[in-house]
Design a protein around this ligand. Structure first.
Ligand SMILES: Nc1ncnc2c1ncn2[C@@H]1O[C@H](COP(=O)(O)OP(=O)(O)OP(=O)(O)O)[C@@H](O)[C@H]1O
Ligand SMILES: [Mg+2]
Length: 368
């Protein structure tokens, strides 16, 4: 068992609150990604779990044992950092064996363990190398082996792949996922890269401004954000301001360009409230106004006419910026689509009410 329980942990540096009353449970054996923008408190949270920082408030438990005051070398945790930090004057083997040497494991045994781990991270045969002769990806494998050598229950990884180029990073993500499965340990992995989090995580914890704003399965967090921050952070979207009006017997949210979304009677909103609509580019259908096959739904205002303002090629997708009553909306299409549009073309945009998410002014999601 290696379950981590964070209860109201806060870290203050003078006037700055880096982490604010964060509570969550990291389950035994899972890979939890802490994902959020720069400065939101990810590393501080990880460092508190590893004992490198003391929380100003709150407690940290490992399997029901309070470890808040336990020094890092007595915790059953190990950290892998972004910048590798291998000892330059020791061989790869000695680097990996270092933690075991500190624990007085005899030389033969620790070198045997080191060689075994190097095999498992696909670095067999590199034991006698000098770390300075390794590539970035190889160094990171050695750093991983070094952290695993002391057999921690919880491995903490702070943006370990962010210094690698895209292709190598993607290979290492797959390798790390395999290592996680093989070693059957609890991993807490910090990143600000959504793709990395989606590839690796069993669950993702979204952080913003020192707080954990949502935790869940990757697809669930993506499809069912509970707040505007998560919706915005996890992918590009179009936010459009709307106002509640309930002139009829049912409240609706209306946008400036006439789109309207019906709300349930008990949605808890008042006439005049500002509600933002989120329309993801992938949920907007584009058609040419003279396209005979396009059926335009005018009920509920889910179809609007706009003008193509900008065309951006992004490899396999084309991104159009379409101006609708002066409001720019981004729409994505796959390259090779029948419809090819140029700047200045008039187009129709359609969407399903089901694909629209609504957020109150305070950022919380409004259930329709
Ligand atoms: N030792 C420190 N002293 C003072 N302020 C600190 C210290 N460590 C972190 N901070 C501040 O706390 C906040 C959170 O920092 P943290 O390093 O946890 O962010 P992060 O989410 O890991 O960001 P990044 O993605 O850039 O690594 C930042 O505003 C940072 O400047
Ligand atoms: Mg950080």
């Amino acid at each position: 068992m290696a379950q981590i329980e964070l209860d109201g942990i806060t870290k203050r540096y003078d006037d700055l609150e880096a982490v604010s009353g964060l509570s969550t449970t990291v389950k035994d054996g899972e890979l939890l990604c802490l994902l959020g923008p720069s400065g939101c408190g990810k590393s501080t949270t990880l460092r508190m779990i590893g004992g490198l920082e003391m929380p100003t408030e709150g407690t940290i438990k490992l399997d029901d044992e309070d470890i808040t005051d336990v020094p890092p070398y007595n915790r059953d945790t190990s950290i892998v950092f972004q910048n590798w930090e291998l000892f330059p004057h020791k061989s790869v083997r000695e680097n990996v064996a270092f933690g075991l040497k500190m624990r007085d494991v005899d030389a033969d045994e620790r070198h045997e363990t080191a060689e075994e781990l190097l095999e498992r991270v696909e670095m067999g045969g590199y034991g006698s190398y000098d770390p300075t002769d390794l590539s970035g990806g190889q160094k990171q494998r050695v750093a991983l082996a070094r952290s695993l050598a002391v057999d921690p229950s919880v491995l903490l990884l702070d943006e370990p792949l962010s210094n690698l180029d895209k292709r190598l990073r993607e290979q290492m993500e797959i390798h790390l996922k395999q290592i996680h499965e093989e070693f059957d340990k609890t991993f807490i992995y910090v990143t600000h890269n959504q793709d990395e989090a989606f590839t690796l995580a069993d669950r993702i914890g979204i952080m913003n401004d020192g707080q954990l704003v949502q935790v869940g399965d990757p697809m669930d967090v993506y499809q069912n954000p509970t707040n505007r921050f998560t919706e915005e952070f996890l992918g590009d979207t179009n936010f459009i301001e709307g106002k509640v009006s309930d002139s009829s017997d049912q409240p609706v949210v209306k946008t400036g360009f006439g789109a309207s979304i019906p709300l349930s009677k008990n949605a808890g909103v008042d006439s005049g409230d500002t509600i933002d609509l989120s329309l993801r580019p992938e949920f907007l259908a584009l058609s040419s106004p003279d396209d005979q096959q396009s059926t335009v739904t005018t009920d509920g205002g889910h179809a609007v006419t706009g003008t193509v303002e900008d065309v951006l090629y992004q490899g396999s997708t084309i991104r159009y910026s379409v101006s609708v009553s002066g409001e720019p909306l981004f729409v994505e299409r796959h390259v090779g689509d029948r419809l090819e549009l140029s700047t200045g073309d008039t187009v129709q945009l359609q969407w399903d009410t089901d694909d629209v998410l609504l957020f109150r002014e305070d950022g919380t999601k409004l259930d329709v």
